[in-house]
Ligand binder design. Structure first.
Ligand SMILES: [Zn+2]
Length: 306
């Protein structure tokens, strides 16, 4: 099973496409709903004044709508590729210095079809920053809030190592399920113990460099993410790794044991927590940068519904 790179060939087969989308949605909710909501919410508290005051008054909206981009995957086939980039398609080794940082040059080098097939998150974040800046300039409250929630989601996705890889769910190394384990199961268990106090937002003089640097850091963690899960699975044995759980709707599911998830997280030396904290400051910094680029508009007389 593959991600939307198959989308064109599958488009003649609606049922296959639907199954593909359901699979994709199920497996690629980066950070899970809880993680995305937490990142957008905490990003508000990393803002300086007067942005803090403004965003704080809309914190519930920004929190709830942090998951809009994942929800859109159900209805919009163009959505999925905005959440990741398969860097191995372009780079044989670190550092990431082969793929052009800007869309126009990247299209010239690889073609738009290739870029869409292997994910466009760094380019989409640039588009979103431009749109958010324009929304601030025109003082359009509705646009500012929706775009802030959206860019928060995509910047957070760029902080997930498995969102930078063609082996996004360990499917090439017989580690199926590692995606949800890293970004959903671990935060579900450990989030209450995380210290999410983060450095304040800062203006990003080269926001394009910033998003690529987040991806580079995420990708540099990938070997550890995969190797530690593999060796733990070997030492625990597959039978000890999973448990059956009954959901509130009565359904029984097989999931990774909490003990295994915690052991895995410990082996990663706080990686999940650190990536989440970095994501919070990054989201906050992208909001702040858009407002600065727009000329620091007064936020007291914005147009649109509250
Ligand atoms: Zn996503």
């Amino acid at each position: 099973m593959n991600r939307p790179k198959n989308k064109r060939s599958s488009s003649r087969k609606p049922i296959a496409l639907l199954l593909l989308l359901l699979f994709t949605v199920h497996h690629l909710q980066a950070w899970g709903f809880l993680g995305h909501k937490t990142i957008n919410k905490q990003a508000v508290f990393a803002l300086p004044q007067p942005l803090f005051e403004f965003y704080k008054s809309h914190i519930d909206f920004l929190t709830e709508h942090a998951i809009d981009p994942d929800q859109r995957r159900y209805t919009d086939t163009a959505e999925a590729c905005r959440h990741y980039i398969d860097l191995e398609r372009y780079e044989k080794a670190m550092p990431i210095d082969t793929i052009p940082k800007f869309w126009k040059q990247a299209v010239e080098k690889y073609s738009a079809d290739t870029l869409f097939a292997y994910g466009i998150v760094p380019y989409h974040v640039q588009t979103m920053l431009y749109r958010l800046t324009e929304a601030f300039k025109s003082k359009n409250l509705d646009r500012i809030l929706h775009l802030s929630a959206d860019i928060g989601h995509y910047v957070a996705d760029a902080h997930v190592p498995l969102h930078t890889s063609i082996n996004y769910d360990g499917q090439l190394t017989n580690q199926h399920g590692i995606h949800a384990l890293w970004e959903t199961r671990i935060p579900e268990i450990s989030l209450p113990n995380y210290n999410l106090l983060v450095p304040f937002a800062h203006y990003l003089p080269q926001p394009t460099d910033s998003i690529w640097s987040y991806l580079q850091t995420s990708h540099s963690h990938l070997p550890t993410v995969l190797a530690n899960e593999k060796s733990l699975t070997q030492s625990w044995g597959s039978n000890n790794k999973y448990e059956l759980s009954t959901l509130s709707n009565g359904k029984t599911i097989k999931q990774v044991k909490a003990e295994f998830a915690i052991a895995y997280e410990n082996s990663l030396n706080h990686m999940v927590e650190h990536r989440m904290k970095d994501a919070i400051t990054a989201v906050s910094s992208f909001w702040y940068t858009a407002w600065m680029l727009a000329g620091q508009p007064d936020l007291k007389d914005l147009k649109g519904p509250q």
